[in-house]
Design a protein. Structure first.
Length: 216
């Protein structure tokens, strides 16, 4: 899903960060788990230029992550996420790579939920503790199906794209602004530059979503 949203040409602007190193039993265990991520789940993104970093919940590691990311943003500042381009070209979130990936995930999840509901229906008729637990689980699964149906409808209407942008705006800008406050004893112009880069992409993507974007 994330790769579909970014596209290969934008992945050099991405840093993949691991956390919770302090909760591991040993550094060797962390190295092993990180290696699995790099060799399997993140391999394509790394091959396309994404960086990896470790955050240790301290000033030094956080500062290093952003300082390593900002030069990439500057050198590749004309790159835009695939989602933004495809929404302009294809006219809606449902027709984009990210939208199709989301629809596939919802379809697969719905199929699993429906199979589980059919299994529970027989057990739920029993007036026993086991039957009552089955009934509770069945109600929960039915609620998940209803939420997925609502997401599918929003996906078709394009309103889910506004949710994605709003979430990106909130989390991305808050991380950058929190970083500036966290490093209050230093010049935060670097953080402000990062925030402006983020704002620029969000404003462009928002114009695509709302139909106010005009190609130059």
């Amino acid at each position: 899903m994330f790769e579909s949203l970014c596209g290969d040409e934008f992945l050099s602007n991405v840093t993949l960060v691991t956390t919770m190193w302090g909760k591991l039993s040993s550094a060797a265990e962390g190295d092993r788990l990180e290696g699995q991520l790099k060799e399997k789940y993140w391999k394509h993104m790394i091959d396309e230029g994404s960086r990896c970093g470790r955050y240790h919940r301290d000033k030094e590691s956080g500062q290093k992550l952003i300082e390593e990311l900002l030069p990439a943003l500057k050198s590749n500042q004309n790159a835009v996420p695939r989602l933004e381009k495809e929404m302009l070209e294809k006219g809606g979130l449902a027709n984009t790579s990210a939208g199709m990936a989301l629809q596939k995930r919802l379809t697969n999840e719905n199929q699993m939920l429906q199979r589980r509901i059919r299994e529970l229906e027989k057990k739920a008729t029993e007036d026993t503790p086991k039957g009552r637990r089955a009934l509770e689980e069945m109600v929960t699964k039915q609620g998940m199906l209803q939420r997925n149906a609502a997401d599918e409808e929003r996906l078709k209407r394009g309103t889910l794209s506004r949710f994605i942008l709003n979430s990106a705006a909130y989390f991305g800008k808050e991380v950058l602004r929190d970083g500036a406050r966290f490093w209050s004893n230093r010049d935060d112009s670097m953080i402000n530059r990062g925030a402006r880069v983020w704002d620029g992409w969000l404003n462009g993507a928002a114009r695509v979503v709302t139909g106010t974007y005009k190609p130059e």
